[in-house]
Design a protein around this ligand. Structure first.
Ligand code: J2J
Length: 537
């Protein structure tokens, strides 16, 4: 029997039937492609992270042992669990262990703090929270204890030490491994991913094995992933680019090797590329720029690198042009969204397309609409609002009917908030955005979320948060603030607002990079804050 997850918007039955008949949705659940590889090439290396090297057999055993420990805690099919880990092998082991027992992991970026994590626990009624004791100076062990005390649904916390081990892990590993059997169905909700967000709270994206594995299977050949691939994970591991585009799911389903880096800075990743013969990585534009601009480039042998998938934010044509001559790799631009749709440039495109476009859809089932402001289709090459529907794209956010009424049309198209052009050759270019969101080097910030927290500051009467241009990140976060009558302007420095937001437990990438105190905000004709005019000030 399929699992009924309340708050999940199902696909209409005729459409689901079509996706299955076309072979886009298959009879596979999340762990099965990996365990097929474990059976095929048990001795091959699956994951490398620092000094840790795991073969497929070891990874498979580790997952089944963890699955047994989690089952022993009473975790079972349909339970929501929050996984909040850095780029360490335990991220992969835990999400597969949860999939193995049919639980639904929420992929929480490790940069998230109390505000975001508490929201996820509350909305999903999570039963388990998995994290590390400390990250980037934050005491997550204390956060785990506080959340457990505050939220009755949260029965178990697993706090790993910084190396990924510790007593909590040892306890989970005390049991005999669970046999690898199917405990969930392909149409069950398999995971919840965070959306970029435009509202006060991050929204959650429910994917099933059917939608997610279709995306992975399509990505594998387009990104050239084979059993000889050695993939570098240099952006946060919970991001779609690291998970499924083509991600560790892609690599582990064909028997390649995944190398985890704690971050993407050249001094960290160049030695890894040389040492492990990295062939592919999916990265965001600021990382690509850091690699291009690094003087370390000459000191390491980067010749194993074949292709770089660059996406998540706009890449300038100038930077794109430098990739081939300076790094001698294929630049594969992509434009995707955690909600589903993914586009990549194919390896055989002409040079201009590879520099200027961000791909075309990966699934023959993807439907794209490009509409003008009045809702009419635009001609080829003209900018339009992108709406999409298809076998990798969700029909609604998790437990959020109000947002769904805004973000999805009655016939199930997702309003991406992106403005794109589509050319005669089928390739797309992202040219703008209509949603109120800041894309800070690929990390998405919802102004409203930051504004709501700043409004709680005693000196603040009103606030407006916008994105301002940045050479490296593309955009940075700026807050305009109107002081409360009588408030002391000296209490409102950028550093004090940042400290205030940190104390409230907001992820650091959302903190304002700039602050300006103003007497009033520019208004639109209807008396709303004109963010457009603030941007041009
Ligand atoms: C401009 N904006 C872009 C690009 C995404 C693969 C690749 C990326 C993501 C991702 C992903 C862009 N140029 N090349 O999930 O699987 C902006 C758009 C989009 C939003 C989605 C994947 N590539 N964007 O970035 O959910 O605004 O997914 O709607 O994080 O990023 O963000 P996210």
């Amino acid at each position: 029997e399929p699992l009924v997850t309340d708050g999940f918007v199902p696909y209409p039955e005729d459409i689901a039937a079509r996706y299955r008949a076309e072979g886009w949705w298959t009879d596979e659940t999340m762990p099965e492609p990996l365990f097929a590889t474990v059976a095929r090439v048990p001795g091959k290396i699956a994951i490398i992270s620092g000094d840790t090297v795991l073969t497929y057999a070891e990874l498979g055993d580790r997952i089944l042992q963890l699955a047994a420990g989690l089952r022993h805690l009473g975790v079972s099919r349909g339970d929501r669990v929050v996984v909040h880990l850095p780029n360490i092998p335990e991220f992969i082991a835990f999400v597969y262990a949860f999939w193995q027992i049919g639980a639904i992991p929420v992929f929480a970026p490790v940069a998230h703090r109390r505000t975001e994590i508490e929201h996820f626990v509350q909305v999903t009624e999570a039963r388990v929270y998995v994290t590390v004791a400390k990250h980037d100076g934050a005491d997550l062990a204390t956060l785990a204890a506080e959340l457990k005390a505050a939220w009755p649904s949260l029965e178990h916390t697993v706090v790993l030490d910084e190396a990924g081990g510790g007593a909590d892990l040892d306890r989970l590993l005390e049991h005999d491994p669970l046999p690898h059997e199917r405990r969930t169905l392909p149409a069950d909700v398999a995971l919840l991913q965070m959306s970029g967000g435009t509202t006060g709270r991050p929204k959650l994206i429910p994917h099933t094995s059917e939608t997610y594995l279709h995306s992975v299977r399509q990505s594998i050949p387009i990104c050239g992933i084979t059993e000889n691939s050695v993939q570098l994970t240099a952006v946060p591991i919970c991001h779609s680019m690291s998970v499924r585009s083509p991600g560790f799911l892609g690599v582990l389903s064909v028997g390649g090797t995944v190398v985890l880096a704690p971050n993407g800075s050249p001094d960290v990743v160049f030695p890894l590329i040389e040492r492990h013969g990295i062939t592919q990585s999916s990265i965001v534009p600021p990382l690509l720029l850091a690699w291009l601009n690094s003087s370390l480039k000459q000191q390491y042998d980067l010749s194993s690198l074949e292709s770089l998938h660059v996406g998540g934010a706009r890449l300038s044509v100038e930077a794109a042009r430098r990739v081939k001559p300076e790094l001698d790799v294929i630049l594969q631009q992509g434009f995707g969204m955690a909600e589903g749709l993914v586009n990549y440039n194919r390896f055989d495109v002409d040079e201009e397309t590879s520099l200027r476009c961000q791909g075309r859809p990966i699934s023959p089932g993807d439907e794209l609409l490009l509409l003008d402001d009045a809702g009419d289709p635009v001609p080829p090459g003209a900018p339009g609002h992108l709406l999409t529907r298809g076998p990798t794209t969700i029909r609604g956010y998790y437990r959020d009917p109000e947002e769904n009424a805004r973000s999805f049309t009655a016939d199930g198209f997702y309003r991406t908030g992106d403005i794109i052009e589509r050319y005669e050759n089928g390739y797309l270019a992202v040219v703008g955005r209509s949603k109120d969101q800041i894309n800070r080097g690929g990390e998405k910030v919802a102004p409203e979320e930051v504004e709501n927290l700043i409004l709680a500051h005693g000196s603040v009467h009103d606030v407006s948060v916008i994105g301002i241009p940045d050479q490296i990140l593309g955009e940075r976060v700026k807050a305009f603030v109107v002081l409360r009558a009588g408030a002391d302007p000296a209490t409102l420095k950028l550093s004090s607002i940042r400290a205030f937001l940190r104390e409230r437990g907001l992820a650091s990438y959302k903190l304002p990079d700039a602050l300006e105190v103003v007497a009033e905000f520019p208004q639109t004709a209807v008396g709303k804050v004109s963010k457009r005019r603030q941007r041009s000030q």
